[in-house]
Design a protein around this ligand. Structure first.
Ligand code: FE2
Ligand code: FE2
Length: 275
């Protein structure tokens, strides 16, 4: 996933304010309705042998969206106060609404498929841990938004690769298409805000943030190891997933001008240790 031209320019604070407002406007123009814009009459259509692993993975994805929704509500006013920009609140409120829609539409899909509540206590605990690690401690705004760049990329790649599976459920493919439309905008926002936040950090802050990110990636990788058999069972290629994720992160860190500080190759080494 690449950022769009709307996220390219970084200049005066006036300009930045304009970008947050532009992203807010884009959200208003492109908001979809989870009840009306999805053809629910299709009903879930999952091959019998893939039903269980597929629904488990969708449960994981739903858990991550719900955690993302919970975390943005805790963090949005903190981020706005730290950057002293009321326009940031406009944009984050819009993103919060996106995440609520994602959680709602996935919950509705799982209900239609009879697949709700398939996560173990350990899996739910790992997702909670990820949310907690991403939004507490020192430099919590930087930590939250930096880990969000990883999680948005991770989610977008899962959506893209699942949609390309030959026997993908058409109803889920339609839902994933709509969610992806929002996730691209979320990444654009991160490209705008991260260079500013990281640019303001002291050397100690950067070291702290980097270590914290590696810990978060380790926690995510432990979770990924548990989901790996389900991903293989539905036909996802794990090596292709890791290669593409690393390439995408690498391009994005460079594109956002933060590659001196964040290295996709380090993320990859942590992932390879666990998966
Ligand atoms: Fe989302
Ligand atoms: Fe998102």
């Amino acid at each position: 996933m690449r950022r769009s031209p709307a996220a390219v320019s970084l200049g005066e604070s006036e300009e930045r304010r304009g970008l947050y407002r532009e992203l807010f406007r884009q959200q208003s123009d492109r908001t979809w309705n989870a009840d009306r814009d999805v053809d629910w009459s299709l009903g879930p259509n999952i091959p019998a042998e893939k039903r269980e692993p597929w629904l488990k993975l969708v449960n994981v994805f739903y858990g991550l969206e719900y955690m993302g929704l919970d975390t943005i509500q805790v963090m949005m006013s903190k981020a706005t106060h730290q950057l002293r920009d009321p326009n940031l609140n406009l944009y984050l409120a819009a993103q919060c609404q996106d995440e609520a829609r994602h959680a709602y539409v996935l919950d509705k899909y799982l209900e239609a498929a009879g697949g709700k509540g398939m996560l173990s206590g350990l899996e739910s605990g790992l997702i909670d841990k990820f949310g907690t690690m991403a939004s507490f401690g020192f430099f919590r705004v930087e930590n939250w938004l930096t880990s969000t760049l990883f999680s948005e990329n991770f989610a977008a790649l899962f959506l893209q690769m699942s949609r390309n599976l030959p026997d993908m459920d058409p109803l889920a493919a339609d839902i994933f298409r709509l969610i992806l439309r929002d996730e691209v905008r979320h990444v654009n926002f991160l490209h705008t805000v991260l260079p500013i936040l990281i640019g303001n950090l002291s050397r100690v802050g950067r070291i702290y943030l980097w270590q914290s990110q590696l810990l978060i990636i380790s926690a995510v990788s432990v979770g990924m190891r548990r989901a790996k058999p389900h991903a293989i069972a539905i036909g996802l290629d794990i090596d292709e997933f890791k290669d593409t994720l690393t390439d995408n992160l690498d391009a994005q860190f460079r594109d956002a001008g933060i590659s001196e500080f964040l290295q996709a190759s380090s993320y990859r080494r942590v992932m390879d240790r666990f998966i």
